[in-house]
Design a protein. Structure first.
Length: 288
């Protein structure tokens, strides 16, 4: 059982920020709660106040596609990300990932913002957003907003750039021509945290890769982007030898730990293999 706590329910973003400002570090937001509540039950996290923000779905639950950018509200549910054909057409990596996240019960209530703010090194959507070079919009008191990259957003394991009196409101993802993406995950059982997962995004022009990004999860203290892979792929014609090079870079660039899910060597092998698979799939999608 969790330690005793007080419960507040916010009906607007500004009210939620006002409560956070008044209560400080003794309060925590709860949306789906599928990550926070288990930690509280294990007494790994203890807060005096929980601020329920489920009523903010009407304000922060949306997927908006523009010409050069997709904007997704932080309260958008996993199920909504999975079922959006418009989002899958632009970024198929989202549907790939959502199909292997937890189970329908979690996907019905869990949110994109909750996933990112949990900052678990094994979190699927953190790897997706890292792969897509997403930015996070953080709002504070007085309506002040700031935009940070995924690299800036995740400060460390279970720690983000969101201050005690701020809330993540939106994720912005650039849309570029000739692009496609893919996601793959190895897990011990369906819906489990990843042993290792990988996302890849590529942009083609004239049969060559003009840019590429790979994001890995569960192989270090943070969800990891690998700039060396991007540099190695740019300007080259995609093929098996290039995927092998990217996989080798991924394996030596990650820092997994041996645990109940597998040895560090096994996880490096998976980082290599999943990088190859997702790059191959992303290129196939871009060509089609």
């Amino acid at each position: 059982m969790p330690a005793p706590f007080e419960y507040e329910r916010a009906t607007s973003v500004d009210q939620a920020i006002g409560l956070l400002e008044r209560l400080g570090s003794s309060a925590r937001l709860v949306a789906g709660g599928h990550s926070l509540l288990p930690m509280m039950k294990l007494r790994l996290a203890n807060f005096e106040y929980l601020i329920d923000i489920n009523d903010l779905h009407g304000e922060l639950g949306y997927i908006r596609l523009g010409g050069d950018e997709v904007r997704i509200g932080a309260m958008t549910r996993h199920r909504e990300l999975l079922e959006s054909d418009e989002l899958a057409a632009v970024f198929p990596i989202f549907r790939d990932a959502e199909r292997v996240i937890a189970d329908p019960i979690v996907r019905n209530r869990g949110t994109l913002g909750g996933s990112l703010c949990q900052a678990d090194p094994s979190e699927d959507l953190s790897a997706v957003c890292t792969t897509l070079d997403a930015s996070c919009v953080i709002r504070g008191p007085g309506g002040a907003e700031r935009v940070v990259s995924m690299e800036e957003f995740h400060v460390g394991p279970y720690e983000t750039a969101v201050a005690d009196n701020e809330i993540l409101t939106e994720i912005r993802i650039p849309v570029r021509p000739g692009g496609a993406s893919a996601y793959a995950k190895v897990e011990r059982r369906a819906g489990d945290w990843a042993v290792v997962s990988a996302g890849a995004a590529v942009w083609l022009d004239g049969g060559r890769i003009v840019d590429a990004r790979v994001g890995l999860a569960a192989v270090g203290p943070n969800t990891t982007g690998i700039p060396e892979i991007s540099a190695a792929l740019r300007g080259n014609v995609p093929g098996d030898s290039l995927y092998e090079l990217a996989g080798a870079i991924a394996a030596r660039s990650c820092d997994p730990a041996t645990d109940t899910r597998g040895s560090a060597d096994y996880k490096r092998h998976l980082a290599d293999e999943l990088t190859r698979r997702t790059l191959r799939k992303a290129v196939e999608r871009a060509r089609s």
